[in-house]
Design a protein around this ligand. Structure first.
Ligand code: SF4
Ligand code: SF4
Length: 370
């Protein structure tokens, strides 16, 4: 198992994410399948994974891990968990509960969870939470203090500059490097000497298979590599990446990931160039090339904010439900389109806007349950 030094201690570069553990039944709130999830954790421990990530708000995850961890030497693995102010503002009570749930006296990597907006930043920086967690660090109950972020770059920098953080967790993969400015975020943290823990390295599974043509292109270069492994190999080129988290919910996933990190061949420069080409092709195949010029907007009889709809369309293609939520906030939305075609005649990118409006309006229609 590939390891990376962290202040003189080796930590596995592959981290076990525990948000998507196998469940009994399906649907939101389905309970964790202790037997199947236990087999996955056992496999992880036996194959050298030493970093286990969870959170107060991952349903049942901390309590489940608390039943498994006592089987193992506590000094040989790291627990990472998170506090989310919006879930419970009583940070002292939450921290005590987490220690109990996880059956431990200390947390190795503790995170303020999900920086996204000014409000989330305030909920940690202006409530005494950071000071309290710093006290816990002085007492040895927290070993490293950091934060996780989905925030835009200026807010991430504000957070990063507020405090001497030990690490930070961001969404980072070869697609978001350009599409979500993960490059800027990684560089901002690196410049400040903050090690990076990566979440969503395969974008919730989206990068485990691209398109048949692109997959074939990558397979032709390395027939033995899974498509998902390209994403891990790309991340291993980044020196300031400490841990790469993967939410592994089947034995097949963990076996593939462990095999990748056991025999890690990072991408060569030629491989990296090929992957960049693959990422470009993938982006073009799933998104419309709207530049936000707004040439189409003035003559829209329905006053639809067309570039916002195009941006939401791209998110729908990439993120599914998250994109649909962005779309649902637009008023007027795609359903208001009368198909006049004025926008299309103004669009320098040749985007077939009315067709996309129809596609989105159809997707947004409530479906009858069978
Ligand atoms: S086709 Fe739809 S989006 Fe385009 S200008 Fe007409 S009403 Fe607006
Ligand atoms: S004219 Fe085309 S590229 Fe410009 S904002 Fe409208 S849809 Fe986007």
């Amino acid at each position: 198992m590939l390891v990376k030094d962290y202040h003189g201690e080796p930590i596995s570069r592959l981290g076990m994410g525990n948000m998507r553990l196998p469940t009994v039944g399906t649907g939101f709130g389905a309970p964790i399948d202790y037997e199947k999830a236990g087999e996955i954790i056992d496999y992880a421990m036996k194959h050298g994974i030493t970093y286990f990530d969870t959170a107060y708000i991952y349903a049942g995850s901390e309590a489940f891990l608390g039943t498994v961890f006592p089987k193992y030497d506590r000094s040989k693995f790291k627990i990472a968990t998170k506090y989310m102010a919006s879930a419970n503002p009583d940070y002292k009570a939450v921290f005590e509960e987490q220690l109990k749930r996880l059956n431990t006296d200390y947390i190795d990597f503790y995170l303020l969870h999900g920086i996204m907006t000014e409000e989330t930043v305030k909920s940690y920086l202006e409530t005494g939470a950071v000071e309290y967690f710093m006290e816990q660090k002085e007492k040895g109950r927290i070993k490293n203090l950091g934060f996780s972020s989905h925030a835009p770059l200026p807010l991430l920098e504000k957070m990063a500059d507020h405090h001497k953080w030990d690490f930070a967790q961001i969404q980072l993969n070869y697609l978001d490097w350009i599409m979500q400015d993960a490059k800027g975020q990684y560089e901002a943290l690196t410049k400040r000497g903050i090690p990076v823990v990566v979440m969503e390295p395969v974008r919730g599974g989206r990068l485990a298979s691209l398109t048949p043509e692109i997959d074939a292109m990558l397979k032709a270069a390395h027939p033995d590599w899974s498509i998902a492994s390209w994403a891990f190999r790309w991340l291993c080129r980044l020196d300031n990446v400490q841990v790469i988290l993967s939410g592994m919910s089947t034995m097949e996933q963990i076996e593939d990931n462990v095999a990748t990190f056991d025999n890690m061949e990072p991408l060569s420069d030629a491989d990296a160039a090929l992957l960049e080409q693959a990422a470009d092709q993938f982006r073009n195949s799933i998104s419309v090339p709207c530049t936000g010029c707004r040439y189409c907007c003035d003559d829209c009889p329905m006053q639809i904010d067309i570039p916002k709809v195009m941006a939401a369309y791209n998110r729908v293609k990439l993120d599914g439900m998250m994109g649909m939520m962005a779309l649902g906030q637009l008023n007027p939305g795609p359903a208001a389109c009368v198909g006049c075609g004025s926008c299309q005649s103004h669009c320098p990118q040749g985007i077939q806007v009315p067709k996309i409006m129809t596609e989105l309006a159809d997707m947004m229609k409530p479906r009858k349950r069978p």
